[in-house]
Ligand binder design. Sequence first.
Ligand code: GLY
Length: 575
Amino acid sequence: MIARPFWSLAAVCVWSLGTISAANAASARPVAAEKGMVVSAQHLATEIGVDILKRGGSAVDAAVAVGYALAVVYPAAGNLGGGGFMTILFADGRKTFLDFRERAPRAASRDMYLDKDGNVIKGLSTIGWLAAGVPGTVSGLEYARKKYGTMTREALIEPAIKLAEDGFILDQGDVDMLESATEDFRRFPATAAIFLNNGQPFLAGQRLVQRDLADTLRSIGKQGVDGFYGGETGAAIVKASRAGGGIIDQEDLNRYTVRELPPLECDYRSYHLISAPPPSSGGVAICEMLNILEGYSLRQLGWGSAQALHYEIEAMRHAFADRSGLLGDPDFTGNPSQKLIDRGYAAKIRDAIKPDKAGISSDIAQGVAPHEGSNTTHFSIVDDVGTAVSMTYTLNDWFGARVVASGTGVLMNDEMDDFTPNPGAANSYGALSGEANAIAPGKTPRSSMSPTIITKDSKLALVLGTPGGSKIITAVLQTILNLIDFEMNIQEAVDAPRIHQQWLPDTTNVEKYALSPDSRKVLEGMGHRLEDSQPANHLAAIIVGAPSLGGKAIGRNRYYGANDPRGGTGLAGGY
Ligand code: GLY
């Protein structure tokens, strides 16, 4: 359990009071609320989002405020110096997708992370200024607010300014994250000045104050995007980038624009998914896997049965082979998204899946294994009228490239690492594996981020997403299966142990307790190679109408939120 300030614990209890037990298994009760719900990875950001909703703000307003707040209280992944995706479903049925992910600077080149022998130079795309793409978050939050929000920029950014200026008391969960990057902070004086306490890691109960970040937020509050991309902040980023061997210049910052795209949509059983299109591979891969799995009676096979897991693993293997070779920035590559989410294509894959034998990844395709950073953050929000926002944004790795331009307080991303640095091997489609995601000036790296919304009979049913790099895709898939096929409530669905298979390497990661010894034996007998889990995801999910799909409401509550217990700082809160 994380240590929490008393008032915060009290808030959790109050928010839970309306909930009668709806859990069947060993999960806590979902948090229930009547009018609005926010689930984020940091409790202070959740509280800010709930407050915006209480003040009459919309889900989009709350998302903007939570986005700015997480940049202060969850600096490992919440950000101004990174990028992300926002999926919105409005109460009237309109839906949209905002892509404010990073773009490669104009001076970027295909081989920029390779040595003269064509080998990837370790660390060049993950730490330091050359790892940074042109950030999109401020542009994205401002675009969302201006086009779809109802409140002023000043009102939405003010809580974040206060948290940065006055500081906030660190919980053990906050400290654990900061501590994980201590050695990297020490390499960069401007970063160490903020995230170390006189050169030493912060301790729980100490206050993290970020005055430079407060000034940058104030500039954004006054001038909008110009307060970030231009003026003193933009100049400081360009100067620090140049001094640190980076390639971002003022023209890169000036040119950054948000892309508004149609979401990626598909149906699964009687539900409709609205998710992330390319440059994310998430929506396509999730839909491809669901199409494959729709042909099996998962409910009858049962949660955790070796047979159901075998089909899930094989669906993952095929979808990841496709997304790794074929998907990338839609302005640069012709993504065959509709072919990949075609039900006929799924039927052909089912024909190739043997019911009693693991597939062999190299028989499906040759290529470059997925390698995204896994340290992102997701939040889900629903407001009183039923507008839903599902937003995932990231610096890529925890604390991104670990660099800050002096005087800005802004941590920069290492999103350039999400490009394929060494494309080239031919895959079974004749495409060069990784070519769709090769580095090019102005291009956006492929992502796994999958902010997803699900409807039934055109009505909002579910909002979910998670961090986790490539594990985002499989975690969202399994949560959907847990709810639709295995009839769990929202907290059970989020808590349930997960597996992860991503085509390459040809092994499946298994969380503790995901497999009974006999299920493990059956799967190994089929030829599956099983390994321990990679670092955990942190899902944030809201279900509408009842704690489980098709269930009964509890009192007047309409929204039921689940914060993933795998994270140490998050909170589901509502009113
Ligand atoms: N950097 C994590 C992702 O975009 O999936």
